[in-house]
Design a binder for this molecule. Structure first.
Ligand code: UGA
Length: 435
């Protein structure tokens, strides 16, 4: 199949590269000439484990190329994917679809033969209808089909998720479009991933329902964690104890400082807006969004409480700034709210993150950045683990205890057993665990 991917952001670049790795001929298009030039030189715009090597081998094999020239790339394609951004619109939280519709117009004007136009960007229910309308308006005689095919990739594990998905969802009622999408994903039939064909609106909703449900699981276990602290129970055991029930499932039950990133916060908000527009309330999701917003700042207060209630003049070190490990993404990271809360309380904040410091510098101008976890700990009054990078899982705790001015570890990701930390001479505070 000849595939053209519009947008070389996170989703477009990973998906395009993986499709080419399956043997399809892929052209990735982006308006940003610098980005395309860098990609051609093998420089990735994002940090994603394994992506640079995969891009390089497929470019070398002649199956993957990059261009800023949309029209010829679309004219040559059987299937065109739209993978442009859908940020939250400022003011009202609706997904901003202007990039999706602008791309659709350009695609429609360039279509030559029969073409499936697939929306991969996360878009509200009904967007596919508008994509189809635009194509009919701009190219009334084109043989083209508008299809929905949401992505379920996790940052940091995106290639694995693409190659071994739990399922693939394709939304279209058209038989020809279904057959062509079947061809696109045929290489995955070996992995036995179910290819689920649904209506287009259903497919669009599945994406939001999936993310909102996962966010709800996290919100639920975080509230259980708070309750655990009050009643003297251990949330890690609660997660295990409920997760072993297959109906619940063990994943996404790690208590922590709240979810962040470019997906859950934005998608839950967009779902609330859709529900509001259709006057069909989603009260559970509403509560999850509110609780998560409040939680991030509350984690700052938790640190201050662990320090005895006063952080004025203290130096507090954060290990991990990105919203999760294996990414350099700082979007809606809980660390941003935590740092703010600590600074508001009069603390000086120091931080270290393996990949996120370049992005963090712009967002956190008053934070002091350190070269490694030990330099970050030196002379500090508390050490806070905010993101569970592997590099923080086997710290030399005795050395940390010596370096800190006050031996206190606040582990917001519960990566250490309390006893091990205490043996090293540090006071330990986790999330939802007996203190
Ligand atoms: C999420 C979904 O997991 C993907 O399936 C989806 O495709 C993607 O959004 C998207 O819509 O594009 P992602 O945002 O990359 O992926 O990251 P997750 O691994 O889902 O983590 C999201 C947040 O939840 C992180 O801040 C993480 O720390 C937090 N989390 C996750 C928890 O606090 N506890 C958990 O048990 C799991």
């Amino acid at each position: 199949m000849r595939i053209t991917m519009i947008g070389t952001g996170y989703v477009g670049l990973v998906s395009g590269t993986c499709f080419s790795d399956f043997g399809h001929e892929v052209i990735c298009v982006d308006k940003d000439a610098t980005k395309i030039a860098r990609l051609e030189a093998g420089i990735m715009p994002i940090y994603e484990p394994g992506l640079d090597a995969l891009v390089e081998s497929n470019v070398r094999a002649g199956r993957l190329s990059f261009t800023t020239d949309l029209a010829p790339a679309v004219a040559a394609a059987d299937v065109v994917f739209i993978a442009v951004g859908t940020p939250s619109r400022r003011g009202d939280g609706h997904a901003d679809l202007s990039y999706v519709f602008a791309a659709t117009r350009e695609i429609a004007a360039a279509i030559s033969g029969p073409t499936v136009v697939v929306t991969k960007s996360t878009v509200p229910v009904g967007t596919g209808d508008e994509v189809e309308r635009i194509i009919r308006e701009v190219a009334p005689n084109a043989r083209a089909w508008a299809v929905s095919n949401p992505e379920f990739l996790r940052e940091g594990a995106a290639i694995e998720d693409f190659k071994r998905p739990d399922r693939i969802v394709v939304g279209t009622d058209d038989e020809i479009a279904r057959a062509m999408m079947g061809e696109v994903y045929r290489p995955l039939s070996l992995s036995q991933a179910p290819l689920l064909f649904t209506g287009r609106r259903t497919s669009e909703l599945i994406k939001y329902a999936a993310n909102a449900f996962l966010a709800t699981k996290i919100g639920f276990i975080n509230e259980m964690a708070d309750l655990c602290e009050m009643v003297g129970a251990d949330v890690k055991d609660v997660s295990r104890g409920i997760g072993l029930d297959n109906r619940i499932g063990s994943k996404f039950l790690h208590a922590g400082p709240g979810y962040g990133g470019s997906c859950f916060p934005k998608d839950t908000l967009a779902l609330l807006k859709t529900a509001e527009d259709f006057q069909s309330p989603v009260r559970i999701v509403e509560a999850v969004v509110q609780a998560n917003d409040a939680r991030k700042r509350a984690m700052g207060r938790k640190v201050i409480k662990a320090m005895g209630g006063d952080a004025r003049g203290a130096t507090i070190t954060l290990l991990g700034l990105t919203f999760k490990p294996n990414t350099d993404d700082m979007r809606d990271a809980p660390s941003l709210a935590i740092v703010q809360a600590l600074q508001d309380a009069g603390a000086h904040v120091r931080a270290y993150d393996p990949e996120g410091m370049d992005q963090a510098r712009a967002l956190l101008p008053d934070v002091e950045f350190a070269a490694d976890p030990y330099a970050a700990a030196e002379g500090a009054d508390a050490l806070v683990i905010a993101t569970e990078w592997d590099a923080f899982r086997a710290l030399d705790l005795q050395r940390i205890a010596m370096l800190l001015a006050r031996p206190l570890l606040v582990d917001l990701r519960n990566i250490y057993p309390a006893a091990e930390v205490e043996r090293a001479g540090l006071a330990y505070h986790g999330v939802g665990r007996p203190q």
